[in-house]
Design a protein around this ligand. Structure first.
Ligand SMILES: N[C@@H](CCC(=O)N[C@@H](CS)C(=O)NCC(=O)O)C(=O)O
Length: 207
């Protein structure tokens, strides 16, 4: 398996955690998003959206969208599970993951920030990223019940999405004071080998 991504990409980071949690070996192919590598024709042939991650399987199949990749992982490698056994628990884990992956992250990803910068300048862009992350995380803070993981005793999809987004919150100088629950979720996996291996600074393309 080859994971196409970028060290700082939070969407790629989610998938790295999932692959490490499931104990799966994978290669990485780094695409420098700052240099626009995601729009190279060779990459667009893999993912027409021009976004990372993309997971290339041994038979050449390419999967895109981090949550779809994680759901595929869960279905093909069920242990350890990323979703609770009960339907309500599964819906809650997916809701937290989607609150970030579908609602928060898309309005602060690189393409959007570049567009905001072109329209309104660098200061407005920083403010935009800061405010959208803060607002999104305030909702997530209210959705979780750390014990010690986001939704209880087991790591779920929610933890895989929260930890990278907290990294982004730091990058944009968001005050983490209002997020004690989210910080507790991060602290609960601080020494976990899968989460350690997936950190941006542990990647070969880390700048
Ligand atoms: N919903 C997608 C989002 C992917 C995404 O936005 N990736 C960002 C990096 S975290 C990206 O490739 N940005 C490049 C760009 O915006 O040009 C997923 O979860 O995989």
């Amino acid at each position: 398996m080859r994971l196409h991504g970028y060290f700082r990409s939070t969407a790629t980071w989610r998938v790295r955690i999932g692959l490490h949690l499931k104990g799966l070996a994978f290669e990485t192919a780094a695409h420098d998003l700052r240099a626009g590598a995601q729009r190279h024709p060779d990459y667009l042939a893999l993912n027409p959206q021009g976004l990372v991650p993309a997971l290339e399987l041994a038979d050449g199949t390419v999967l895109t969208q981090s949550l779809a990749i994680l759901e595929w992982l869960e279905e093909t490698h069920p242990a350890p599970p990323l979703l609770p056994a009960d339907p309500i628990g599964r819906a809650r884990a997916r809701a937290v993951a989607l609150a970030i992956a579908a609602d928060l992250h898309p309005v602060q990803n690189l393409g959007v920030l570049k567009r905001v910068e072109a329209l309104a300048g660098a200061d407005a862009t920083r403010q935009w990223a800061h405010d959208t992350i803060r607002q999104g995380l305030l909702a997530v803070e209210a959705m979780i019940a750390p014990a010690p993981h986001a939704l209880g005793a087991a790591i779920t999809l929610a933890d895989l999405v929260i930890v990278p987004q907290l990294g982004n919150a730091r990058r944009f100088g968001v005050d983490l004071g209002p997020f004690p629950g989210i910080r507790a979720v991060e602290a609960a996996v601080a020494d976990h080998p899968a989460f350690l291996a997936a950190r941006p600074e542990a990647q070969g393309d880390a700048a």
